[in-house]
Design a protein around this ligand. Structure first.
Ligand SMILES: [Zn+2]
Length: 216
């Protein structure tokens, strides 16, 4: 065997992810991202879904990154794969033209400690599946982490600035986890502020709203 691949969900040797883990994924709660033209979510951040995200986020496993990128691309195209639960916003249930795929960059501290930005890894995998070029259209403003030390930082969430190259572009914005949607809403606003023609959002895992009650 040339490559020893283990399933990111259960550790079984052979295929990542294995069919049983894909079937075990739970459907996500719906989510709104203010300002986004559409929102696609793959699965709930629970059980196997959480294992997939951890494999991507903390171990940088390539096989699961590739599979998640392919899945985000499929969800964006409105393709419902019957093999796993997938919720697609009705408004986005048809192929949409996009020019590029981008991501909301993580903090410099996270990037340093992990050696990579999992959102960028996902964006690159998704862009490859969609056969477009990924582009760095956002930069993070300020140095505070999302769960940073300052009270105001926690209250206001992350802030982003859109690059001028976003002007007129139809953008697919991808991320690994959607919790309150605040990060993706801020990133969407920044892209629109920079003149993006459309912003579609696709995230892998929806972290349940039970822990984070919806606030208007
Ligand atoms: Zn498995």
């Amino acid at each position: 065997m040339l490559f020893e691949v283990r399933c990111a969900g259960c550790g079984l040797l052979g295929w990542c992810p294995c069919a049983a883990c894909v079937e075990a994924l739970e459907a996500p709660e719906p989510a709104l991202v203010p300002g986004a033209d559409s929102v696609a979510l793959l699965f709930s951040h629970s059980g196997v879904g959480r294992e997939f995200i951890h494999a991507l986020k903390y171990r940088g496993e390539r096989a699961i990154a590739r599979w998640l990128g392919d899945s985000l691309a499929l969800s964006h195209l409105g393709v419902t794969a019957s093999a796993w639960p997938m919720r697609i916003d009705p408004a986005s249930a048809s192929p949409m033209e996009i020019d590029t795929v981008t991501w909301a960059p993580t903090t410099a501290a996270h990037r340093r400690s992990r050696g990579f930005d999992q959102a960028e890894t996902l964006a690159r995998a998704t862009a490859k599946a969609l056969q477009v070029r990924p582009e760095r259209l956002l930069r993070r403003i300020g140095s505070g982490a999302q769960s940073g030390t300052g009270r105001s930082a926690r209250l206001s969430g992350p802030r982003f600035a859109g690059r001028s190259s976003a002007l007129g572009r139809r953008v697919l914005l991808v991320d690994d986890v959607l919790t309150t949607g605040a990060t993706l809403a801020a990133a969407t606003a920044a892209l629109e502020g920079a003149g993006a023609a459309a912003v579609h959002v696709a995230a892998c895992a929806r972290r349940g709203r039970d822990r984070f009650p919806a606030v208007a």
